[in-house]
Write a protein that binds this ligand. Structure first.
Ligand code: ATP
Length: 355
């Protein structure tokens, strides 16, 4: 059981600016009063009652805390402390000041495959470490891959957001419909028993995007994206992959495998010839297309936030009895711009997981 302090966080930390927002609260800069050290505070709203749809169940927060406590690795955000009040839980975590990896890359003029591999290696090391602890992240996507300090010559990857992560117990069958359409594995969509291999699929999607600026399964709407994933409908379009090495394509093909058992593990990825012989690669990533992808991604992120805020507004109206109950109030994240057609079956957050 996680050690959660029932004290006021502000007695120990001075709360500063907002660094980011998630579906269940904000992440803010905090300053430890005793040491003067800077951290980040993840403020998670707790569900007030069993009937309420706002906020997180305490059990779900405890799971995130317990998982973070057992993950001490250079490429994974570390947890320092946890505070709980009546309405919220505050996770004091390592301050990650370098922003998102994709934003860092998008600011560059060019990026060689060799440089891209150095980042992928760090992602694989972090993910491989959690897999050795029987933990799967289940929400690997560009937004959750950050950099410790982007001013360093070789910036350090930090994997964040363990809100959907799960620790497998021996003999346990775990299914979940949570995730973000573009990045989820076929077995998630099919509501089949899951394993750590679902993370490897997401790394395959991230690698594909990183090299080409294209998202392999993206359809015109979420339904089409999910259909493309299940049908394994993707290709290496020549226009986008003409600068990509054959080895890189081979690597992706070994991650985007429908049967999770046939997918490479994180350890196998790390010894794949493309990753191992990074220094021999003379290819580069499709920067023009990547910049476009990233700009669109950022736009969608802010759009989704506005959408979430609007939902909150409607929810408040409902609480005041001015509107009817809406079954779509559970917050989902969509890859598409038209949120009207979000599939209700794909729930973004910890609402649908079951063992
Ligand atoms: P979501 O609902 O999107 O999964 P969440 O509520 O679980 O989000 P996080 O994804 O953990 O919250 O954090 C939200 C945002 O806050 C991140 O996208 C990032 O920009 C910022 N952030 C998170 N952790 C840190 C950190 N340790 N240091 C700096 N910024 C952070």
């Amino acid at each position: 059981m996680a050690q959660i302090k029932l004290q006021n966080v502000e007695d120990y930390y001075e709360i500063g600016e907002v660094l980011g927002s998630g579906h269940f609260g904000q992440v803010r800069a905090v300053l430890e009063r005793a040491s003067g050290v800077h951290w980040a505070g993840k403020f998670l709203k707790l569900r007030r009652s069993a009937n309420s749809r706002l906020g997180l169940e305490r059990k779900s927060v405890e799971r995130e805390v317990e998982i973070l406590q057992s993950l001490q690795h250079a490429n994974i955000m570390t947890l320092r402390d946890v505070f709980e009040s009546r309405a919220e839980v505050v996770l004091i975590v390592e301050l990650i000041s370098g922003g998102e990896l994709f934003d860092f890359i998008a600011e560059k003029e060019s990026l060689s495959e060799e440089e891209a591999i150095e980042f992928l290696k760090q992602i694989l090391k972090g993910v491989g470490f959690m897999h050795t602890k029987n933990i799967a992240h289940f929400d690997l996507k560009p937004e959750n891959i950050m950099l410790a300090d982007k001013t360093m010559p070789h910036p350090h990857i930090k994997i964040i957001d363990f809100g959907l992560a799960h620790r497998f117990k021996q003999g346990e069958e775990y299914r979940s419909l949570s995730g973000t359409p573009q990045y989820i594995a076929p077995e998630v969509i099919n509501y089949e028993p899951l394993s750590e291999a679902a993370d490897i699929w997401s790394i395959g999607v991230i690698t594909y995007i990183l090299l080409s600026g294209l998202s392999p399964f993206q359809g015109d709407n979420d339904k089409e994206t999910l259909k493309n994933i299940l049908g394994m409908i993707y290709e290496f379009e020549e226009n986008y992959f003409n600068q990509t090495s054959t080895m890189a394509k081979d690597f992706i093909e070994k991650l985007l495998v429908k049967d999770p058992i046939e997918r490479m593990t994180a350890d196998e990825c790390l010894v794949h010839p493309w990753i191992k012989a990074a220094n021999r690669s003379r290819s580069s990533i499709n920067m023009k297309s990547f910049k476009k992808f990233n700009a669109k991604r950022k736009w969608k992120m802010s759009y989704n936030m506005v959408w979430a805020c609007n939902r909150l507004f409607h929810l408040q109206l409902q609480c005041k009895g001015r509107s009817q109950e809406d079954p779509e109030l559970r917050q989902c994240e969509s890859d598409q711009e038209d949120t009207e057609t979000k599939p209700a079956s794909l729930i973004r957050r910890r609402l649908s997981s079951s063992s």
